[in-house]
Ligand binder design. Sequence first.
Ligand code: SAM
Length: 290
Amino acid sequence: MVGEGRRGKKGEEGRASGLPFPKKRLGQHFLKDKNIIRKIVSAGAVKEGDIVLEIGPGRGALTGALLETGAAVVAIEADRDLSDYLKKEFPTDKFRLVTGDALKVSFAEIAAESGARLKAVSNLPYNISGPLLAKFLEERAAFSVLVLMFQKEVAERIIARPATKEYGTLSVYAQAFTDARTAFNIPPHLFIPPPKVTSTVVVFDVLERPRVEIVDERLFKAVVRAAFGTRRKTLLNALASLGYEKPLISEALAKAVIDPGRRGETLSIDEFAALTRAFWPLKGRREGIL
Ligand code: SAM
């Protein structure tokens, strides 16, 4: 887009350095602190022989440090100007760049082409970090570990426990399929340009098998979505959006030994899995979608 970001200062933010200006619409905040970059790389224990997927390499601050370990990097960058810059900056066959929208690229295909499980290490564009995390979790078989940077509030939602206001669909999905922990925070002044929020690095060790027995992943996600859909409603009412008649919802809740008067946000991951198993034999008796 012509003129985009031109209000930014020259020098480290702008063209004086030969770099394209940061683009707000692409969530561009570039890391400038070498110590933090080192900490991110070691959070993923990145080493020679690893194949790392990086979403949004930007000006390559993290990419360079990943390549220095001897790992190979496959990066997906949406910004064409930055892609041209990155190709010149890293002229090595250990660096492969895909120019495009990471939400539309198959991570599973990249892993299959590489012949190995990948490590993901990324400072994500915050405007699409939720959908990107959902995609990582969907395609988790392609990864052994994910080291991802989020806005602090999103990181808090990912690791939240039941019956807290942060607990939601992201918490349940992330904790059902990975061991997720926050590693460290990064203050705004360590980025160019500084974002308005504090950032947090989250490490997800992908589990070989889900933490709980999930009989049908689509149904599990539908049950979780419905339970959190209307937070103020009891489960008996909130689950109606699944398309079952109320007596069947009562039957499933009784089978899972869950009080129908409880609210979705109080359920543990184990209880969501039990509820999914209780709905599973009733699948054909739904009026609605799935
Ligand atoms: N990794 C760099 C760093 O830490 O300095 C840049 C991180 S910046 C927060 C996010 C990057 O993601 C930007 O380079 C931006 O252009 C890129 N980006 C934004 N939307 C994207 C998308 N849909 N697919 C791939 N990259 C995207």
